[in-house]
Design a protein around this ligand. Sequence first.
Ligand code: MRU
Length: 344
Amino acid sequence: MAELSPVKWEEECVSILDQRLLPFKIERIRCETVEQVAYAIKTLAVRGAPALGVTAGYAVALAAKKCEAQSKELFLKKVERYVDLIKSTRPTARNLFWAADRVFQALKTGESVEEMRKKALAEALLIHKEEIEVDRRLSEYGAELIEDGDSILTHCNTGELATAGYGTALGVIKMAWEKGKRITVYATETRPLLQGARLTTLELINAGIPTKLIADSSAGYLMKLKKVNMVIVGADRILKDGTTANKIGTYTLAVLAKEHGLPFYVAAPLSTFDLERDEIPIEQRSQEEVKSFQSCKSAPDEVEAWNPAFDITPPNLITGIITEKGVLHQPYVKSVKKAFERLG
Ligand code: MRU
């Protein structure tokens, strides 16, 4: 089975698996500059909030490695410009900002330029290691919610490719399967970029889990026919009251789940939570992504398209949020606060 690690640190570069080519081609991009990493993020060669966090961490370490300066102050200024570049790539994924800031803060504690470089890389590697551990922990908690014989609907891609670890929503599903629960998974295509069709089905097939791919528009009828009994998705950013941004189409699934009396779970590490903001910036992407797929046009050139990459699901539609500190329930203002207290 091919190695699907989405991002790795290599001697002089950040190595990124080009997810735009999956599942048909496995190719890695050697990013030797921060500009190359930023481009890979913008064009979705690497994607998924936690994997973007790991990538952002490595990008800051790469910036530190490449920047030359006579003084510590000048060095910090140069690196900070790259931190800002990385933070300007995709606005919604909380982990990207969290990791870039965390590595930059760690770097600042170094006495010399050489020490700052070492500290940045050590912190970036630690973020990656933690992601792997945290994914497994939240997957253990989530797997307890799944019964033998369950049929689960999931959206977008939330596995190893999206986290650089074990996965979040897909991690929960994989963990339940590994524990011997016989489950079936329905994966949405996830228009416009087909992360579900291209990536989630690939990961589920590799794990040997019975999988069915559906067009996004089939979800309501699927629920009506009782072919699924729960929904689990990931998150790009979660506010302190549980308000969740995730791949466009998530809100539709949450509303449908409510209408059909199905539990709707969100799985995400605490690094996806944003306790400071009251609103989530939603990334708007190019019209071309809706009007075509790869190089194949699917709409008249003249038509205008609207392409938000994410939507917002309000807390009242969310049954529980699966984290590495356990499954959080309503009222989220209280349970989220408690989870962060347990983090200290
Ligand atoms: O645009 P993408 O592919 O980066 O969107 C990814 C998602 O929406 C995922 O559901 C989310 O980041 C969680 S990944 C564990």
